[in-house]
Design a protein around this ligand. Structure first.
Ligand code: C2E
Ligand code: CA
Ligand code: CA
Ligand code: CA
Length: 283
């Protein structure tokens, strides 16, 4: 019995418990995070390789926790999904992005006034009954133009078993919102299934882009094939996670028209994005 006590004490001091403890705390705190204004949106610009312009930015949520500091979505989105808090969080994200885009549209700065914003969507958002009522209210409150909004959904969301996702996406598209397939190529992409969904853009997953190198002709062939495929389906392509010049050069060579990644700019707070764009427009 004595030995056992010793062992459990040992276990108590391992990292596993600290992680569990942290997840427990975060789950509790996430409920209050929105009211307490601890969430913020960062924005990552995409570079249009044909024109050299910045046409859109992706909104990425961050949590500034009073005790743990800046927390990335990979840690709290799973908690939000599990607890259902994702719905509230997503409403906050949508509203904040819409207010922001409206604000940028109103400026005289050329790039900002033409900017579109891309928002990550979770499966649970689509399951809400009042999904479209909320959307309409949002549009009325913020004055955001649907043409300036893009939503990003993963295959998991598409094929996760939500029966009316197809019709919901069609309505969104009719309203004027564009649809991107996120993380394309990362999972079990069934092209056959993808064909049925309304969509505008394929975002090639960063795990594929990270393998791009002149030393790997297979990786180049694969990305080329995706670009050709997208083109023949009338879709545009964004390569995400572009981190170095070699990847950029290959992408340019094989006809990729838009990139996103640390090489060009990481996700940054809105003021920093404004700064980045101003310097970019007038070097
Ligand atoms: P994602 O939608 O695939 O977003 C791209 C992720 O790649 C972001 O991570 C971004 O910071 C990161 N990234 C950008 N450029 C590079 C690069 O060059 N190299 C590498 N290694 N990474 C790069 P982040 O911001 O940590 O977000 C992670 C995921 O969390 C997102 O993946 C998305 O699935 C989810 N997420 C973020 N914001 C939201 C949101 O508002 N709502 C929902 N439902 N999910 C969100
Ligand atoms: Ca995304
Ligand atoms: Ca992605
Ligand atoms: Ca992802």
């Amino acid at each position: 019995a004595k030995e056992q006590g010793k062992n459990s004490l040992k276990l108590y001091h391992t990292g596993i418990n600290i992680q569990t403890y942290r997840a427990f705390i975060l789950q509790n705190d996430l409920r209050k995070a929105i009211e307490r204004d601890e969430l913020s949106l960062y924005y990552q610009p995409r570079l249009n390789l044909e024109t050299g312009s910045i046409d859109s930015v992706e909104a990425l949520v961050r949590w500034n926790h009073p005790h743990w500091g800046l927390i990335l979505p990979s840690e709290f989105i799973p908690i939000a999904e599990e607890t259902g808090l994702i719905v509230n969080m997503s409403d906050w994200v949508m509203r904040t992005a819409c207010v922001q885009i409206r604000q940028w549209k109103a400026t005289k700065q050329a790039t900002l006034s033409r900017l579109r914003v891309s928002i990550n969507f979770s499966a649970q958002q689509f399951m809400q009954r009042d999904f479209f009522d909320k959307l309409e209210a949002l549009q009325q409150d913020t004055g955001a133009n649907p043409e300036d909004i893009e939503i990003e959904i993963t295959e998991y969301t598409l094929f996760g078993g939500n029966p009316d996702i197809l019709s919901k996406l069609s309505i969104l598209r009719d309203i004027g919102i564009s649809i991107s397939i996120d993380d394309f190529g990362a999972g079990y992409s069934s092209l056959n299934c993808l064909m049925n969904f309304p969509k505008d853009t394929l975002k090639i997953d960063k795990s594929i882009i990270q393998r791009l190198s002149d030393k790997s002709s297979d990786s180049i062939t694969m990305v080329s094939a995706i670009i050709t495929l997208a083109g023949s389906m009338n879709m545009s392509v964004i390569a995400e996670g572009v981190e170095n010049g070699e990847q950029l050069q290959i992408l340019q060579r094989i006809g990729c028209k838009a990139i996103q990644g640390y090489l060009f700019c990481p996700p940054v707070p809105p003021e920093e994005l404004e700064h980045f764009i101003q310097n970019y427009d007038q070097p």
